[in-house]
Design a protein around this ligand. Structure first.
Ligand code: ADP
Ligand code: MG
Length: 345
């Protein structure tokens, strides 16, 4: 028997392409908040306002005081694979911004009722562009302070299969808050203000990286009061931040924050190195707590591993592993030496 004739091959419509990409980048309201706040930070914002309704499912509105976007560029900002952040392979390999794929806005816009409004500092007035289910409207004048506002209403309103996976308002809000905590730790220089259902819910005041204020604000006094400062460089690698003393261990990995060149990532090899550095001073099954920033030349790490950029790939992962292990092992040995000196003295 002959196989049936194949169906003709056709290019997918633009909107469907964006919705497929949204499947990878936009899992839930927290992923939208992540992409939009990262855009604000890439635009040099010093303040970001995050307005949420119903756990972000009904509304996410993010306003920043960053560079803004020229009116005639608004349609490009929401076009797939259009970005101001890289222009060639060399720039991709050395990328220092959080974004670079040019996918977030078109993806989000394809699964929501979306408005982008913006104004550059020297523009006479702002402009706005509305997109509904991926269909572009006209660019129209709109009053706006210098900076950008992105409004995302009714996420997944046109993708029932996705909407089904959304959880209760509290749960979705929890995911957003957890992500904002991780961002707040990395960028204490940026003021973040959050409101939920019309009520101010959180404010991260701007401060310095090592002021300890943000640390206590985000992870609590208990963590901040005993955490040990780490800052060590060697062979072009720098590791800095805080690690908890062994007596402050956790039942889960909920207070493990790792950043590679400012990007919050999960990395099994680094997590393993940290765990090893604690060794058997941690009780069985307990997890260390830490906020660690690893910095290295951007060409030594590939950030283009996953569309949501939760992971990176080190060119020399063995070297990174050993550096993290050594640095933390020494830091922990110092705290023990310091503690016994105190006990003696
Ligand atoms: P990417 O961040 O990977 O470049 P996005 O789809 O997130 O892709 O954004 C597309 C472009 O729109 C960005 O490269 C940037 O030029 C512009 N843009 C997006 N958000 C902002 C913002 N908040 N402020 C200024 N420009 C922005
Ligand atoms: Mg982006």
């Amino acid at each position: 028997m002959n196989a049936p004739d194949p169906r003709p091959i056709r290019p997918l419509p633009e909107i469907l392409i964006n919705q497929i990409a949204a499947g990878e980048v936009v899992e839930r309201p927290a992923s939208v908040v992540k992409e939009l706040v990262e855009n604000a930070i890439d635009a040099g914002a010093s303040r970001v306002d995050i307005e949420l309704e119903e756990g972000g499912v009904r509304l996410i509105r993010i306003r920043d005081n960053g560079s803004g976007i020229a009116a005639e560029q608004l349609p490009l900002a929401v076009s797939r694979h259009a970005t101001s952040k890289i222009a060639n392979l060399d720039e991709l390999e050395a990328v220092a911004t959080l974004g670079f794929r040019g996918e977030a806005l078109p993806s989000i816009a394809s699964v929501s009722r979306f408005t982008l409004s913006s104004r550059r500092a020297h523009d006479e007035h702002g402009s706005a562009l509305q997109i509904e289910g991926g269909k572009l409207g006209e660019v129209t004048p709109r009053a706006h302070a210098p900076g950008t506002t992105v409004e995302v209403r009714e996420l997944f309103y046109n993708v029932p299969a996705r909407r089904k996976f959304l959880r209760a308002e509290r749960t979705e809000l929890g995911h957003i808050e957890e992500w904002l905590r991780s961002l707040a730790l990395a960028r204490p220089d940026v003021e973040l203000r959050v409101s939920h259902n019309g009520k101010a819910s959180r404010r991260y005041k701007p401060g310095d990286l090592y002021s300890d204020v943000r640390l206590a604000e985000t992870l609590g006094e208990d963590f901040a009061s005993q955490a040990v400062r780490v800052d060590h460089s060697s062979a072009g690698l720098r590791l800095h931040g805080w690690i908890a003393q062994p007596h402050y261990s956790r039942a889960s990995t909920d207070q493990q924050y790792l950043y590679v060149n400012g990007r919050s990532v999960r990395d099994r090899s680094v997590a393993h190195a940290v765990k090893m550095a604690y060794g058997d001073v941690l009780y069985h099954g307990r997890q260390p707590a830490y906020v660690l920033f690893l910095e290295l030349d951007p060409t030594r790490v590939d950030v283009n591993v996953h569309p949501a950029k939760h992971e990176v790939r080190f060119r020399d992962s063995r070297l990174v592993h050993d550096f993290v292990y050594r640095t933390l092992k020494d830091a922990l040995a110092d705290t023990r030496a310091g503690m016994s000196a105190q006990e003696i003295g």
